[in-house]
Design a protein around this ligand. Structure first.
Ligand code: SAH
Length: 347
């Protein structure tokens, strides 16, 4: 059966017109869905017969929270949601001074195979629908009891591997009749699927593109990120230049600092050379330890030295603040633990 929440307002209008309903019904139903109702019965201003008919044709997705961990250090909350088919995904709520930010997953598992990432162990199970991504934002907001103002697509999965559903999700969450979250408050992170970056550039959306670079040379990058064998650094950076030219949006580069792999001063200088002429912001992420991986985080002094080299050359460079370090808040870790400790369906 079809998931009704993945429909845009205009698609819902068509669907309801096909059921012989008057024009105003679509907006009523849409509003209920985007408020997080779990059943058609809760849509109390619809005639009973219509509620029944909708139930015969459509399902409403509504994830069940199976774990909720709140950091005692900074108030970060991590949710593990169970989806209708038993699969689980993670969402993280971070409380920044500029507003509540939710980090959502776009897939169950991930096909990309990055060496340092817990989400990809076990590969891709399935892609999330647009409605399921919206649910992550919606049900986190309902649980938090405070509005969400920012979204980052940086949880489990590769958003550009689920391109059409992600674009649909963006339309839903951005819509004035829905959660109305502005594109400038949304960041999308990719490991570097070049054709999709170019496609996204054409759409001229005003979201922030984050690119997980993690190394400026093909040898290192291919070693830790298999995607680089398909689209090497130069191709990726030229797609980033194109993205900037089309959208006018500065690119954000994520760079996980891995001890003795990508953290030397020479590597910093090579990075500078590669980024020359491209308005960029580099976000250094101290590597999170993943049990299954031999890669280790760089020393704090090494991270600071790396940052200094970039800053002195005029490249904006920040070190990501670690939030929720007491609750396994980095992507994929909670789902892995849950899989290991329960008999829930897993990858
Ligand atoms: N697939 C997308 C988005 C998900 S991951 C992407 O690759 O960008 C969000 C960010 O966390 C990415 O930059 C990813 O490379 C990084 N990441 C994954 N595992 C990590 C770890 N163990 N430590 C630090 N950063 C990690």
């Amino acid at each position: 059966m079809n998931e009704i929440k993945s429909l845009t307002l205009s698609e819902l209008k068509t669907a309801l017109t096909d059921l012989g309903q008057p024009g105003f019904r679509a907006k009523q139903v849409y509003t209920w869905l985007h408020r997080g109702v779990r059943s058609f019965e809760e849509m109390t201003d619809l005639p009973k017969a219509l509620r029944e008919k909708l139930g015969e044709n459509w399902t409403i997705t509504a994830p069940i929270p199976v774990r909720r961990q709140e950091s005692r250090l900074d108030g970060t909350v991590k949710y593990l949601w169970r989806l209708h088919d038993g699969n689980c995904v993670e969402t993280v709520l971070m409380k920044y001074h500029h507003g509540n930010t939710v980090c959502i997953s776009s897939e169950v598992g991930c096909p990309m195979g990055c060496a340092f990432c817990a989400s990809t162990i076990g590969g891709l199970v399935r892609r999330l629908s647009a409605g399921e991504m919206l649910d992550e934002v919606l049900f986190t907001e309902l649980d938090a009891g405070e509005p969400i103002s920012n979204i980052v697509l940086m949880g489990i999965g590769e958003p550009l591997d689920n391109y059409s559903n992600v674009c649909r999700f963006l339309e839903l969450v951005n819509s004035g009749e829905g959660m109305n979250i502005g594109m400038r408050h949304i960041s999308l992170s990719t490991c570097g699927i070049v054709p999709r970056i170019l496609e996204l550039a054409e759409s001229k959306l005003q979201l922030t593109l984050s690119v997980s670079l993690h190394a400026p040379d093909d040898e290192t990058r291919s070693r830790i990120m298999p995607v680089n064998r398909r689209w090497p650094v130069e191709e990726l950076l030229s797609a980033c230049r194109c993205y900037y030219e089309k959208t006018g949006r500065r690119i954000s580069f994520e760079y996980a600092m891995i001890r003795d792999v990508n953290d030397s001063p020479e590597t910093a200088r090579l990075l500078l050379k590669k980024l020359r002429g491209l308005p960029a912001h580099v976000n250094l992420i101290p590597l999170n330890n993943v049990e299954e991986s031999p890669l280790k985080p760089s020393e704090r002094t090494t991270v600071l030295r790396f940052q200094k080299i970039l800053e002195e050359a005029g490249v904006a460079c920040t070190i990501r603040r670690t939030l929720g370090s007491d609750i396994d808040a980095s992507c994929g870790q909670l789902r892995r633990k849950y899989q290991k400790s329960s008999s829930q369906p897993s990858s």
